[in-house]
Write a new protein. Structure first.
Lengths: 314, 334
């Protein structure tokens, strides 16, 4: 029995080796890029990002190795170092924690591997280019929207739900919000809602019932996408509590159209997936890249239709 | 010789046995907790807040029922959260991509859960690998499968008004309370589980296996078959809960149920079921489910800082477990 089992395992190993070997041979000759995201593969934003990145890889005929570390920075660091060891033609990564890539970018540049950051930035590392939003500016824009539209006042405490507290995106956005709210004496409460959809709805609903916040800034796409259901559960009519935040999902776009969300931020996730690959392809072809591409826009009920049409096409 | 599966059966020793039972001390702790939160915030017992608690509670509670029976038999299943996510995703993929009728798709989803449970059970019983390791591996496989087949996309769930939406996610009002049909599912399945564990021969078998498997087998209990069926039941209940949740929130997400396995085990253990097997209580599980849901809800209402929720949940659960253990020791001595 044991001998049979060992023979079976050996045969399976050989077959797997042949299969993977063939796959590798098929992409021989193509440039290879590693794309590393700190996100989770089922987050609405990263789904679109993935689609954009994959489209770029197909169009530019390059091999892309995409990985998601689901918020685990240690895992992402390991993925980056594995990428370095594989000596690819380029690496694109998010930088969800400042200072995370200082040594790795140095090592990549020493090895002649172009490095592009996307979604979250850390210019101090010396990366060659960045594609994405300025997250601190995003937070400031949302906060200013509430202030300019007189939706919040001194003494108010604004609800800031987030999937992964402590992540760079939450920190930077909150810094931007603080820059606007602190001088005006407006308080804010960052709340950990997790990533489970039903759990997010339950946590946010509990918070709304308990605290009746005057406004919400949804710091992530999953929490933003849950706003309509949360309002239904908490018995809050559309438009009664102002909401701004991320809007990179069909649910949020629909919520904007239906009046549950006042204004949502669009990061052009598909472009954010496409452009790093394009930049890496240029760099790998010897073209200099030393510029940033900002992907950020605010939409409301008057400008939501193009985004909804985009989702309807999918 | 019959083995009593649940402590606290009213008898000549009646009140004394009841007060010594693990679920009684859990119940006392629950009442104290509810009182504390109600005093701290008047919204806690408001119809709106109770309605919100009751929306989410049955979904976890249904999974906890299966886990109680499985734990009583001395095993546990870490893949329940992943199955919770996979089942509705498979259902909706069949409906949306293959044009399968929703009823047939639901059945297919449940059959998949049966298969997962059967595989877990077979490997644990026939090959002899611990359920911790087997179901942990299954968690990774099932979660990975859900992500792969959806490419990460959450799917829009079934929302066509009709029999299945009413059956799984219908809502109704009792006065100012808005409740969901999942509550009836939870109550009905709880009654069934109480009957199995307290009155049916199967309940005796389950507890006997959990207490001393070899002795149970020597007495003619089909231990392996019972365990396999319990793994199947646990998976089916997890899948059913997932379908109910997906219909209720109109989304079938491949990451739904993340972390539920630990939450459910906590509910079961806090309720008084022994982690080592041999003693199980459905009533205790219901109390445990209420307790954990009340804790998660209550700390939000009393104004715990938004980033400190988990600290408070963990501290309260630990305090409850210590108190629970002390009350049990006291009751045993007295």
């Amino acid at each position: 029995m044991l001998k049979f089992g060992l023979k079976l395992a050996a045969a399976a190993t050989v077959l797997a080796g042949v299969a993977f070997g063939s796959a590798a041979q098929a992409t021989d000759g193509q440039k290879t890029f590693y794309l590393l995201s700190h996100g989770g593969p089922s987050d609405a934003f990263w789904i679109d990002w993935n689609a954009g990145a994959t489209k770029a890889c197909d169009q530019l005929k390059v091999t892309c190795k995409i990985s998601f570390s689901g918020g685990d920075m240690a895992a992402q660091k390991e993925a980056f170092n594995s990428a370095l060891a594989a000596k690819p033609d380029g690496i694109a990564t998010t930088s969800a924690q400042p200072g995370l890539w200082t040594e790795e970018v140095k090592a990549a540049k020493a090895a002649g591997i172009p490095i592009v950051f996307f979604n979250t930035d850390d210019p101090a590392t010396g990366r060659q280019a960045y594609v994405g939003a300025d997250l601190k500016e995003a937070g400031a824009i949302w906060a200013k929207y509430l202030v300019d539209h007189k939706m919040v006042k001194q003494g108010d405490k604004v609800f800031l739900p987030v999937e992964v507290p402590g992540a760079s995106y939450q920190q930077l956005e909150t810094e931007g919000i603080a820059g606007v709210f602190d001088p005006l004496g407006i308080k804010y409460d960052v709340v950990d809602c997790g990533t489970d959809p039903a759990g997010i709805i339950a946590k946010m609903t509990d918070y709304m019932v308990a605290n009746h916040p005057p406004a919400i800034i949804a710091l992530g796409d999953s929490v933003a996408a849950s706003v309509k259901r949360v309002f239904d559960g908490a018995g809050i009519a559309a438009g009664k509590v102002p909401v701004v935040g991320w809007g990179n999902s069909k649910e949020t776009a629909e919520a904007v159209k239906d009046g549950f969300v006042n204004a949502a931020a669009w990061q052009y996730p598909s472009a954010q997936g496409f452009m790093p690959v394009a930049l890496l392809d240029l760099a790998a072809s010897g073209e200099p890249i030393g510029y940033d591409i900002h992907t950020f826009g605010l939409y409301d009920s008057s400008s939501v239709e193009p985004i909804l049409k985009l989702y309807e096409k999918k | 010789m019959a083995v009593t599966a649940e402590d606290g059966t009213p008898s000549a020793k009646g009140r004394s046995n009841l007060m010594r039972s693990p679920q009684f001390s859990s119940f006392v702790i629950l009442v104290i907790l509810l009182a504390v939160f109600a005093i701290a915030d008047s919204n806690f017992l408001s119809p709106l807040n109770i309605s919100n608690m009751m929306a989410f509670l049955p979904e976890l509670g249904i999974i906890a029922l299966g886990m109680t029976l499985l734990l009583t038999a001395g095993e546990f299943d870490l893949s329940v959260g992943a199955v919770f996510g996979l089942a509705p995703v498979v259902v909706m993929l069949l409906v949306q991509n293959a044009g399968v009728d929703i009823g047939v798709a639901l059945l297919a989803g449940l059959l998949l859960c049966i298969a997962i449970g059967a595989i877990n059970g077979a490997i644990v019983t026939k090959i002899g690998i611990s359920s911790f390791l087997v179901t942990l591996s299954m968690l990774l496989i099932v979660r990975g499968a859900a992500l792969y087949i959806t490419q990460g996309f959450p799917l829009k769930s079934w929302d066509q008004p009709g029999f299945f939406v009413t059956l799984l996610a219908g809502s109704f009002n009792i006065g100012a309370f808005r409740l969901y049909t999942s509550l009836w599912w939870f109550i009905g399945l709880s009654l069934l589980a109480v009957y199995v564990l307290r009155y049916a021969k199967l309940g005796n078998w389950i507890s006997a296996i959990g207490s001393n498997r070899n002795a149970a087998v020597a007495r003619g209990v089909p231990a392996d078959a019972v365990k396999i069926w319990l793994f199947i039941l646990t998976s089916v209940l997890a899948g059913l809960a997932g379908m109910i949740s997906a219909f209720r929130i109109s989304a079938a997400s491949p990451v739904a149920g993340t972390g539920y396995e630990l939450e459910v085990i906590a509910m079961v253990v806090v309720g008084g079921t022994a982690l080592t097997g041999g003693r199980g209580t459905i009533l205790g599980t219901i109390v445990g489910a209420l307790m954990l849901r009340a804790i998660r809800n209550g700390i939000v209402l009393v104004g715990v800082p938004g980033l400190a929720y988990n600290i408070f949940v963990g501290v309260i659960i630990l305090a409850m477990l210590i108190l629970h253990a002390l009350l049990q020791k006291n009751a045993a001595r007295g």
